[in-house]
Design a protein around this ligand. Structure first.
Ligand code: ATP
Length: 324
């Protein structure tokens, strides 16, 4: 093995050791708020609550059984849109659907139900990461049990974004050893990319997100130049007020509804080294990087799960998703 590979592996090992001695509690800020939604709430109302509170997901609570009931995310709203499109005669019922109907909607439109995995906040962070990656969830709820009542409580939710940020901020001595370029380690997706144009309909883009199980689609022009990225969360303002049937807008119109503080998109090049990717994660609000060439032509996409999977599992014996 070359010295540069050896150093990279040493860096990866350093990060893994760090994740094994830290817990999910360590990732949480000292003070934070958590909005939990009752499973009996109307889906329409839950959407307004997300918008009013400027959040894109929330844990669900089953108050009949006193149990955690899963996570509400933008994917659920995308499923409702898909449901309406497949069963337009049901539009009056869509208004009456409660959060507890989300699983039935998934079944009706035949999408894969995401496993409701959760993790105890004092378990090692490594475990939270690998459970999240194995279940293909992008966020994982931290569920504790009250000693006195024996009942579950949702402490918080941690995301891939938060974990990568935590790694980037706290393990610079290890990530700075990762000097291989993303091309050399084949990080990201470069073939069969899902893309869209500004004039495409939001519905078509949503459809390709559902079919491909991805949460972002680069927006390109006719010359394959990257203009923007349409994200699953961009759907939320489009259906504000329950306007599922009016979802005829184009990608361009939907993007113009982004909040003023939208952080923008991040790009990188195939010759960028992993240490510089971590530097970007450390300094900015990155949710994915679009890989481009010198002239902004689309080359690929580097998602947070791509980075996290590499950091956790590269070079490990056996499966890419080892059982813990
Ligand atoms: P999130 O972006 O919500 O944090 P994630 O990190 O899992 O979630 P996804 O966008 O769901 O990212 O990506 C899952 C896999 O699909 C990754 O391997 C990624 O490289 C690939 N991928 C992402 N977007 C596209 C796309 N538009 N076309 C093809 N493949 C994609």
């Amino acid at each position: 093995m070359s010295p540069i590979d050896e150093e990279q592996l040493q860096g990866l090992q350093g990060v893994r050791d760090f994740l094994r001695i830290r817990t999910s509690y360590d990732v949480l800020p000292l003070s934070f708020r958590l909005i939990v939604l009752d499973n009996d709430l109307l889906i329409r109302k839950s959407l307004n609550i997300l918008i009013q509170n400027n959040i894109v997901s929330a844990p669900l609570w089953d108050s009949h059984n006193g149990r955690f009931a899963g996570l509400l995310t933008s994917t659920d709203f995308i499923n409702v849109i898909q449901y309406y499109n497949q069963f337009p005669e049901q539009i009056d019922n869509v208004e009456k659907f409660r959060l507890s109907s989300l699983r039935d909607i998934e079944k009706a439109i035949n999408v894969q139900t995401l496993e409701t995995v959760s993790v105890h906040p004092s378990r090692p962070l490594y475990e939270a990461c690998s459970r999240m990656l194995r279940s293909r969830a992008r966020r994982i709820p931290l569920v504790d049990v009250d000693d006195e009542t024996g009942r579950e409580t949702v402490v918080s939710v941690i995301t891939q974004y938060r974990i990568l940020k935590f790694i980037a901020v706290n393990t610079e001595q290890h990530t700075s050893m990762m000097k291989r370029t993303i091309r050399e380690i084949n990080l990201g997706t470069y073939t069969d990319l899902a893309t869209c144009k500004m004039t495409d309909s939001v519905l078509d883009v949503i459809n390709s997100m559902v079919v491909r199980n991805i949460s972002a689609v680069p927006v390109i022009d006719k010359n394959n130049v990257v203009l923007n990225v349409f994200e699953a969360v961009d759907v939320i303002p489009c259906i504000k007020g329950g306007a599922y049937e009016e979802l005829k807008s184009t990608v361009g119109e939907a993007l113009s509804q982004r909040p003023e503080d939208f952080p923008g998109i991040y790009t990188c090049q195939e010759d960028d080294r992993l240490d510089s990717i971590f530097q970007t994660v450390r300094q900015s609000r990155v949710h994915r990087l679009v890989v481009i060439d010198d002239n902004w032509h689309l080359k690929g996409i580097l998602s947070l799960s791509d980075i996290l999977k590499y950091v956790l599992f590269h070079g490990e014996e056996g499966d890419y998703f080892p059982q813990t």
